[in-house]
Design a protein around this ligand. Structure first.
Ligand code: ATP
Length: 928
């Protein structure tokens, strides 16, 4: 084997070598790499330049043209286009320049482009988020093992695989232990494939039969392996099949769906209104006013459509995801942003989510000895209190700790860190305190086989070559097993006492279990250790028969302290009507102790175990779920049953998970949450949200953000649609009152709906959380957007809006006619109506921020955007009246100071009305 150096340039790597046909040695030679040392730094950089990053080009997303086209198929825009055409025909017939039509077209196009920009930005943002959650890969480079971003892989890299990993590039296996890989992404075959490193296959073996290769995008279900990377990026098999690439998630959120339904209702009702006005008018006064009626109807049609709403919704959701990322919650599926606020139950793992996952062994218990261990963190510095280091029982446990272990303990710039599972890291630290290190033990007792850990088995075994220094007998091989103490003890028939192995008596069994309960009752996480001498290496898949007749070595109890912020987060959940539930693989006493400490359950509360769950029917479980807050010693499939039972009881469930087999439960949950640090790639793929810090408190924070997003959306819908109703009623009232002409032109209406309504609505989307947001129960995700009085509010405010404007319109019409006379001047009443509608919305924007707090009681700077939007919009509105070019274009007229004051006065009445409503609500609430 040659190790490449810069003076020994690698052979050019051809991507089309039949890797499955080559032996391991041939593969390593062709790739110019070394199985144990990997590539050198300089070589990696060179290859990165040649092969580029290991990335798939996103091909699944919608093409820009499709996104653009979809903007114009929106039913509201289609109606606007129709309005523009009719308006153009009317103007041309009168010999006028079709200004309104051109303006509507411009706005339709602008709206389309705006929608396009927003949607493509949202897609890009989601793609970027997806990259953020891109997997890490454990590699051997330059002789050391560490983790790198998947995109940095190059052909020739040596990567390590373990259960739960999503494979990041194609490769040839160098080693495989019990390795099973699900290749559904590539072959569609759901059944996992058993892989072998030793095989050399015929050149024409089909993709599915190449058991010595692994492919990008497939998932390790079980076992471990070592591969030499052969192809990266678009050269991989999955890269070749563009159609199979995962597209960016772009499903419409429930809200967006409701919005498009709302659009349909609005368009249909406005068409109905148009028909009604035209028909009614024609029946009453014949065809002579047809054109005028048509103009009124066109304005009404434009007025009823909230043109700015879709853009505001998109922006709000985007802001929501950003706020959540800032609080360490990464949203993978957009609907989660708004539905998070509806969560009623959070099912959380214990280890790492509720606790710190920084394990420190505190107790070791062997047949004869109870040993306290001192020391902090992962530094292997500490004392054994209760036995000398050389005690054979203690040495037996420590040896098992090192050999039956997949983690690495390293000193990096003066600090001890671990690579791998913290539980295993703590065991290496413990052994280090007794002078045993893997660097010394591994070469003497190399690993020959293993039965890997899984959450279902709750144990693992490794088979090593024996070495007399271990002082564990003279069999050629030793199997070390560790895992859940009760399960391991069940499989033991002997116990190590001193340097001897003796039959395990019933009394000893009882003592060990009592000791286990005592440690667990104190909140310690306890593992049991055993070993077995073997004459030969057992074949794969014989774990059930091999892991029997073991010799008990001892118990190890480690402290995994609760995270400090979790207790407060649990209390906040309770206040917010959300029930936290702990679902853990750990012992019920450990689980209960931690749950009691955090306030998830009371000290005496029942904990249901996986075994009990097995015996319960789904119906029994449904009857119990409301009362049980702690589930212990569960397997991933139990999690699925618990979610289903909770959902059956009408709960809206968020569920955390990290393992491969948690994926079904994560998919079933209303919000599936994966762990960013310890989670497997498979669980991340199945999730709606990833906790970047694995922390329970982050779930609560994200829930709060979800509630804020939803209430802001409701806030600006209230705001926008109230104004639309006001506009429509005002326009319809003009001909009824016998006022000549349409008060608002389509162009002015578009201006209101997009600019004077749109800007403050955007600012309302930035509204911070109301103080009581986590002090009320969650709202149902299935409630209508008009629920809880919102529909009634819109109609009420719309009518008040209309009454005020109509009174003003009546006054202005006769005022301008009486005072000034003359055609052009008389038109000023229309400008007054236009201005009042706009300015009244400014007051509405300020007041709508809270439905109980008076505006003067609110801090105007807690949302400075509102103030900014109101000032900017007012200035823009005044420019439309006082800047000649704009005046001409928008068809407005100069208002006198007095007239402007009248408009401001009427607008202020709107604001006053809403504030009075608040006082009334408060009075009503206190009476109740
Ligand atoms: P949680 O489900 O809250 O994350 P957990 O880590 O205890 O808690 P699992 O990872 O499913 O849950 O582990 C189940 C049990 O298996 C543990 O309680 C422990 O007894 C045992 N166990 C955990 N890690 C290992 C390991 N690396 N080797 C052997 N046994 C283990």
């Amino acid at each position: 084997m040659t190790f490449p150096t810069t003076s020994n340039p690698v052979p050019d790597i051809k991507n089309d070598l039949p890797w499955h046909h080559l032996t391991v040695t041939q593969t390593l030679e062709s790739l110019g790499t070394d199985e144990d040392r990997g590539l050198s730094e300089a070589e990696i950089r060179r290859r990165q330049e040649v092969f580029g990053p290991n990335e798939l080009k996103e091909m699944g997303g919608r093409s820009p043209l499709v996104i653009l086209w979809e903007q114009f198929t929106n039913i509201m825009l289609v109606m606007l286009i129709a309005v523009a055409i009719v308006s153009a025909v009317l103007d041309l017939k009168k010999g006028d320049f079709p200004k309104d039509a051109i303006a509507i077209f411009t706005i339709v196009i602008l709206n389309g482009i705006l929608g396009y920009l927003q949607e493509s930005r949202a897609e890009q943002a989601l793609a970027a988020l997806k990259k953020l959650s891109s997997p890490k890969v454990r590699v051997i480079r330059n002789g050391t093992t560490f983790e790198v971003d998947a995109k940095e892989l190059v052909p020739g890299d040596i990567a390590l695989l373990e259960a739960g990993v999503q494979i990041a590039a194609d490769g040839r296996l160098l080693e495989a232990q019990n390795l099973q890989i699900r290749e559904a992404a590539l072959t569609g075959e759901a059944e996992a494939v058993i892989k072998q490193a030793g095989a050399t296959l015929p050149e024409d073996a089909s993709l599915g039969d190449r058991v010595n290769l692994v492919y990008q995008g497939t998932e390790v279900v079980q076992g471990r392996g070592k591969v030499a990377i052969t192809k990266t990026g678009m050269d991989t098999e999955i890269g070749k099949i563009a159609a199979m690439l995962q597209s960016v998630e772009t499903e419409p959120t429930p809200l967006q769906q409701r919005m498009s339904q709302l659009g349909n209702v609005l368009v249909m009702s406005s068409l109905g209104l148009v028909a009604l006005v035209v028909l009614g008018g024609v029946i009453r006064s014949g065809w002579q006013y047809f054109e005028e009626l048509l103009e009124v109807s066109l304005s009404m049609a434009v007025a009823v459509v909230p043109e700015g709403l879709p853009a505001v919704v998109t922006v709000t959701l985007a802001i929501g995801t950003q706020r959540m990322v800032r609080r360490q919650a990464l949203i993978r599926k957009l609907p989660a942003v708004e539905t998070l606020g509806s969560v009623t139950t959070i099912c959380s793992d214990k280890t790492g989510t509720l606790t710190q996952n920084k394990m420190v062994v505190q107790k070791v218990n062997t047949a004869d000895r109870s040993i306290a261990v001192t020391g902090e963190g992962y530094a292997p510095i500490g004392e054994f209190d209760g036995a000398p280091e050389s005690d054979p029982e203690l040495q037996g446990v420590l040896t098992a700790c090192v050999l039956c272990n997949d983690a690495l303990l390293q000193e990096k710039s003066g600090e001890w860190v671990i690579l791998g599972d913290p539980t295993e890291g703590a065991l290496l630290t413990l052994a280090g305190k007794g002078g045993l290190y893997r660097e010394a033990l591994d070469p003497k007792s190399p690993r020959m086989g293993e039965f890997p850990f899984s959450s279902e088995r709750k144990r693992m075994s490794v088979i090593c070559e024996n070495n007399e220094a271990l002082e564990l007998g003279d069999a050629p091989y030793l199997m070390f097993t560790k895992g859940s103490p009760e399960l391991i003890l069940e499989r033991c028939s002997r116990v190590r006492i001193g340097a001897d192995n003796q039959p395990l008596t019933g009394e000893q069994r009882g003592r060990i279990l009592a000791k286990n309960d005592e440690m667990a009752g104190n909140g310690l996480r306890v593992l049991g250790f055993a070993y077995k001498p073997l004459m030969e290496i057992p074949p794969a898949e014989t774990e059930d028969s091999e892991e029997q007749g073991l010799t008990w070595l001892g118990l190890v109890g480690m402290l995994d302290a609760p995270r400090k912020e979790v207790k407060g987060a649990v209390a906040r959940c309770r206040e917010a009507g959300i029930r936290p539930i702990m679902i853990t693989g750990d012992h019920q006493l450990t689980a209960r102790a931690i749950a009691a400490e955090l306030g998830i359950a009371d000290a005496g509360d029942r904990a249901v175990t996986g075994r009990e769950l097995e015996k319960m029917s789904q119906e029994d479980l449904e009857n119990e779920v409301d009362d049980v807050s702690v589930y212990a010693r569960v397997s991933p499939e139990h999690k699925l049953r618990i979610v289903q039972a909770l959902q059956k009881r009408g709960k809206f469930v968020a569920m955390t998970g990290d393992g491969v087999n948690d994926a079904p439960a994560l998919k079933q949950a209303d919000i599936g949450i994966a762990m960013g640090i310890t989670g497997t790639d498979v669980s991340k793929e199945a999730s709606d949200m990833i906790l970047l810090d694995d922390n329970f408190a982050t779930i609560v924070a994200a829930t709060e953000e979800g509630r804020v997003v939803y209430s802001n959306i409701r806030r600006f819908i209230k705001y926008i649609l109230g104004s639309n109703i006001g506009e429509v009623l005002t326009i319809a009232a003009a001909p009824l009152l016998g006022l000549g002409g349409v008060p608002l032109s389509p162009l002015q209406i578009l201006w209101m709906n997009l600019v004077t309504d749109g800007l403050p609505a955007l600012a309302l989307a930035m509204e911070p959380a109301e103080p009581n947001v986590m002090k009320r129960p969650p709202f149902s995700p299935r409630e209508s957007i008009f629920a809880r009085g919102l529909g009634w509010y819109m109609i009420r405010i719309g009518v008040v809006f209309a009454i005020l404007t109509i009174i003003l319109m009546e006054w202005a019409y006769f005022h301008t006619e009486a005072v000034q006379g003359g055609d052009l001047v008389r038109e000023r009443w229309k400008t007054m109506v236009f201005t009042t509608l706009c300015l009244a919305q400014m007051g509405h924007a300020l007041a709508v921020r809270s439905h109980t707090q008076l505006t003067v009681q609110m801090n105007p700077f807690s949302n400075p955007y509102i103030l900014g939007a109101v000032i900017l919009t007012t200035i823009l509105q005044l420019m439309l009246i006082y800047v000649p070019h704009l005046r001409n274009f928008f068809g407005t007229h100069i208002l006198s100071g007095q007239e402007l004051l009248v408009c401001v006065g009427f607008s202020a009445l709107m604001f006053l009305w809403i504030e009075l409503e608040k006082l009334f609500i408060r009075w009503f609430l206190t009476k109740k």
